[in-house]
Design a binder for this molecule. Structure first.
Ligand SMILES: Cc1cn([C@H]2C[C@H](O)[C@@H](COP(=O)(O)OP(=O)(O)OP(=O)(O)O)O2)c(=O)[nH]c1=O
Length: 185
């Protein structure tokens, strides 16, 4: 029987996929996340999600593999995970008082067919002072998150508005994935 495999090391994606009430395994993909400057950010996210899924699918060809990738997009700039405290400070400062997009790519691959899509959610940060920013970057929270914050964590108190799917910000739009999986029945 065909198994469902989540190609992700993200504990958030694992918890979100559980909400769809399906049995699945996890095999972490090890492929590089490469951005192609010639393509739009949406196309890049779709391609990276596909590459993550394909990296696992190539050795698990009888199964259905799900891959995803999340970035923060502010004024034409892509924010990935902060490398260190200075990087995190810079990211949170740049997000303060502004609206940015969180864009996730999702891809599903089986031997019959593959799908890939990108989902965008707009997130507005309140204006933050230096004390709030220092306090936040001194926690562990920013460092494994795109854009250097977690909407589902301490940073929730800094966010004044969300337009679109909240779960997409956390790393996986389960509503979008639910519709995609229907195409594989
Ligand atoms: C913006 C934001 C991101 N994130 C997380 C979701 C993703 O796990 C992470 C973005 O990194 P990704 O590179 O998308 O994923 P990952 O490295 O955690 O896992 P994998 O590549 O194996 O699938 O940021 C939050 O948890 N909350 C947030 O509010």
């Amino acid at each position: 029987m065909r198994k469902i495999i989540l190609a992700s090391a993200s504990p958030r994606r694992k918890e979100l996929l559980k909400l769809l009430d399906i049995d699945f395994d996890i095999i972490v993909s090890t492929c590089e996340e490469v951005f192609d400057e010639e393509l739009s950010v949406y196309e890049n996210l779709k391609n990276i999600a596909y590459s993550k899924a394909y990296d696992v699918f190539k050795d698990n060809g009888d199964n259905l593999v799900i891959g995803a990738d999340t970035i923060v997009y502010l004024e034409g700039r892509v924010l990935l995970k902060p490398k260190d405290k200075d990087d995190a400070r810079g990211m949170i400062k740049s997000l303060s008082g502004k609206t940015h997009s969180v864009i996730s790519g999702i891809s599903v691959i089986t031997k019959e067919k593959s799908l890939k899509t990108a989902v965008e959610t707009k997130v507005t940060f309140k204006e933050l002072n230096d004390e709030e920013i220092e306090g936040y970057i001194n926690t562990n929270e920013p460092y494994d998150k795109a854009g250097g914050y977690a909407v589902q964590g301490i940073a929730g108190k800094f966010i004044s508005k969300i337009e679109g799917d909240y779960f997409n910000v956390v790393g996986l739009s389960i509503s979008t994935l639910y519709d995609m999986l229907k195409e594989f029945r």
